[in-house]
Design a protein around this ligand. Sequence first.
Ligand SMILES: [Zn+2]
Length: 245
Amino acid sequence: MKLDILAIGVHPDDVELGCSGTLINEKRNGKITGIIDLTQGELGTRGTIETRYAEAAKAAEIIGVSVRENLRMRDGFFKNDETHQMQLIRAIRKFRPEIVIGNVLDDRHPDHGRAGHLISDACFLAGLAKIETLDDNGNPQLKWRPKFVLHYLQDWYHEPDLLVDISDSFEQRMESIKAYSTQFFTDPTGKEGPQTYISTPDFLDAVIARARMLGKRIGVKYAEGFITEKKIGIRSLDSLVLVET
Ligand SMILES: [Zn+2]
C-alpha cells in the first residue's frame, strides 16, 4: 500500500501527542495516512504490551489511518545503527510515503531524539539504490526517498518552523490521545496504578495549552508545530493567508 503521509513514533502514543491533528486533517483532505511505531513501549510504567496494542488500534481508528505497524525495536535500547536503519528503510520503501512525520531531534526522553535522527537518516538512505533490501516476499525493493521529513514537537518546547491549524480536528485529536487510557489521566483515585509524569491531570492540561499557544501564533484556536531540516517551498503566496489577523 502506498501512503501519502507516514507518521512514525518510537512509543505508541508519540504520534497521537505529536501530530494526530495534522493526520486527521490530511485524511479529511483525501490523503492516505499510516503510522509506524518503532517499539511496543514495553518499558512504560503503566499498562502492558497487550493493553498498549489495543489502545494503539483504537487510536488508529479514531485518526483514520489506513495502516499501523509495529517494528518491535527494543524500547530504551534501540540504536541509530545499520541494523535499525535497514529495518526502517524496508518499511519506508514498502509504504513509499511522500511525507514522513517523525519524532523530535532532541527531548526529555532520550528515545525521542535518537528515534528522530534514526528516522531522518533512514529516509535519506532509503533513496540510495545501492542499499539493497527485500520485501516481505523476498523480492528486491525499489529505492524511495520521502520528499519531506517533518519532526513534531514533544515534551521540550522548540521553536517550530511550520504551524498547522488543527482547530477543526482538535476534539478528535484529544479522543485519540485519551484512547491510551492506561497512560493518561482517567482516574483521580490513582487505583489504576502508580502515577507517572504523563498520568496526572497536569499533563493533558499542558498538551491542550501547547496547542492553544501554537494556535495563537497563527491566529487560530489550536495548532501543531513542526521542525524541518529542509527549507519549505510554496507555489503561491496564497498559502500564507489563512485567517484575518
Ligand atoms: Zn515517547
